[in-house]
Design a protein around this ligand. Sequence first.
Ligand code: RDL
Ligand code: RDL
Length: 154
Amino acid sequence: MRKYGVADTTFSRVNMGDIAERTIRKDDNDCEIVRYTVPGIKDLPVAAKKLIDSGCDGVITLGWVGRTQLDKYSYISSSIGLIMVQILTSKHVMDVTVHEEEAEHPDDLVRIAEDRATKHARNLVRLVRDGGKSLREYAGKGLRQGYENAGELD
Ligand code: RDL
Ligand code: RDL
C-alpha cells in the first residue's frame, strides 16, 4: 500500500488539498493519505519533510501566492525549501502553486487551482507508483497544469 502526503495552507483561497486527496484516492485505490495543513507556503517545506519522515512515498504541496513583491519572495524561499526536501529525501514533492496574479477574475483562479491540483496529483501518483515510467509516453508533449496544454512543436 502506498502512502501519500498532502500538505496545504490556510492562506489558500481554494481548498486544493481536498481536490488533491480526491484525485489521489481515485487514481490509486490501494493508498493511505496523510493530510497536513499549515498557515502559509513558507511552512510547507517542513510539513513535506515530516510527512516523508513519517513514511510517505511522495508528497503534494498546495500553495497560494498573493499579489505583492513580498509574497513572491515568500514563494521563492518556499520553493527552494521544497526542492531541498526532495534532494535530502530522494522523494518527489509536487509543488502546486497558484499565483493570485495569474488571473483577475475569481472564477478563473478557481479553474486554474482545480486544474493544476488535479493534474499534479495524478502526476504524483504516477511518479510514486512507477518512478515516472508511465509519464514517458507524454514526454515532449507540452503538457501544462492550470491551463490548456501548449502542445508539441513539429
Ligand atoms: O511561518 C509563518 C508565515 O511566515 C508563513 O506562513 C508564510 O508563508 C506566510 N506568508 C507570507 O508571510 C507572505 O508574505 C505567505 C505569503 N506571503 C503568501 O503569499 N502565501 C502564503 N503565505 O501561503
Ligand atoms: O512540482 C510540480 C511543479 O511545480 C513542477 O513540475 C514545475 O517545474 C512546473 N513549472 C512551473 O511551475 C512553472 O511556473 C514549470 C515551469 N514553470 C516551466 O517553465 N517549465 C517547466 N515546469 O518544465
